[in-house]
Design a protein around this ligand. Structure first.
Ligand code: OGA
Ligand code: NI
Length: 363
């Protein structure tokens, strides 16, 4: 019998094989979902940007202030919100989705498989061992830097996919503008020295965008697995696009609740470095991905990150006798290293459940 030459299975392959029960390495205790959309609803914010996010230069002050107040409140009270009329054309979003959906259909996609200790490329969670708590997740992913273009690992870049490069270029430019708009709004809300303050604290022109395209195949026993285990994002801010299949959930007041699918909307979340910069005013909250019996789901998470050598610590304007720093400053590289080590397996996967003690408290 021919031996497979990789030591793990793609979830897509497992799902396609038609198995009726899930292998034990995926089975875990899954906390129940709280279904009460009337009580809990992630805020939806209309950015009123029309066709292009350039237009925010032409906002009138009242309009800007109203929208900025909604964003700031959502960052503080939820850590998650959805934006509509964000200025990114539907046609561009459709191109990003088309080009990257095609990746998971590529017969040659294993040529882009990631390597141990480095998540860049095509991956599935690895590192299961029967004597640990570590469990696998019901999903495969593609991960790479997308902006600036010289950060991309071209050895793992599916150059053969038509429109992949062009659509990622355009999408990255649009998202960079949105990330900067959000940081400008939050800098004002925090009363920082200038509206460019948060952007500068995460590297300004040197900050980077990474994409993680999550592919969650249908699962014969969806209640026994998770597509993506509970985690918070280690970066600064995340903007997520998903197809019209629910599955993203956030932990709100202890309960897991669904993030609704709204056509054309993007989901924004505060990530760990922003929580640190704001000295805890904005919350990087836990979220997870659940899966379905008869439907696959794809999501596109874009992470805005500081350069790895950048030291991120609470903004000094926010610190005084009454408000001591709640987090120690650390180069982003060190934060990531700790973040991976604390996790369940530390390899082949970029996210792990948030560990409070990796956000070192000074007090
Ligand atoms: C992520 C993430 C959620 C989803 O990739 O970090 O949280 O809906 N994804 O796939
Ligand atoms: Ni996430």
């Amino acid at each position: 019998m021919a031996m497979e030459n990789w030591a793990f299975t793609r979830v897509q392959t497992l799902a396609d094989s038609g198995i009726q029960t899930v292998p034990p390495e995926y089975v875990r205790r899954v906390e129940k979902t709280h279904h009460d959309p009337n009580r809990f609803q992630v805020p939806i914010i209309d950015l009123q940007l029309g066709f292009s996010s350039q237009q925010h230069d032409h906002f009138c002050k009242d309009q800007y202030d109203r929208i900025a107040a909604q964003i700031s409140r959502a960052a503080e009270n939820w850590g998650f919100f959805q934006i509509i009329n964000h200025g990114i054309p539907d046609s561009l979003i459709a191109r990003v989705q088309e080009a990257s959906k095609a990746f998971f259909q590529l017969p040659t996609k294993e040529a882009y498989a990631n390597e141990a200790q480095n998540p860049i490329g095509y991956g599935s969670k690895i590192g299961y061992s029967p004597d640990s708590e570590a469990k696998l997740e019901w999903g495969d992913y593609y991960y790479n830097a997308i902006w600036p273009p010289d950060m991309r690992d071209m050895s793992k870049w599916p150059i053969q996919l038509s429109d992949f490069t062009e659509s990622m270029d355009e999408y990255s430019r649009e998202l960079s503008k949105l990330f900067e708009l959000l940081m400008e709004v939050l800098s004002r809300d925090l009363d920082l020295e200038s509206e460019n303050s948060l952007n500068e604290s995460v590297g300004g022109e040197r900050k980077g965008l990474h994409i993680r395209i999550n592919y969650y195949p249908p699962c014969p026993q969806p209640d026994l697995v998770v597509g993506l285990a509970p985690h918070s994002d280690p970066n600064v801010l995340t903007i997520l696009l998903h197809d019209q299949t629910p599955g993203l959930q956030i932990r709100k007041d202890g309960a897991w609740i669904d993030v609704q699918c709204i056509p054309g909307a993007l989901v924004v979340n505060i990530a760990d470095q922003m929580e640190i910069l704001s000295n805890g005013k904005y919350k990087s909250i836990e979220h997870r991905g659940v899966v379905h019996k008869d439907r696959s789901r794809i999501s596109w998470a874009v992470f805005c990150s500081p350069p790895q050598d950048m030291v991120v610590s609470p903004k000094r304007e926010l610190i005084d006798e009454q408000h001591p720093p709640l987090y120690q400053g650390a180069p982003y590289r060190e934060y990531l290293t700790k973040f991976f080590k604390k996790g369940l397996d530390g390899k082949g996967h970029i996210h792990n459940a948030k560990q409070q003690d990796s956000l070192v408290s000074n007090s």
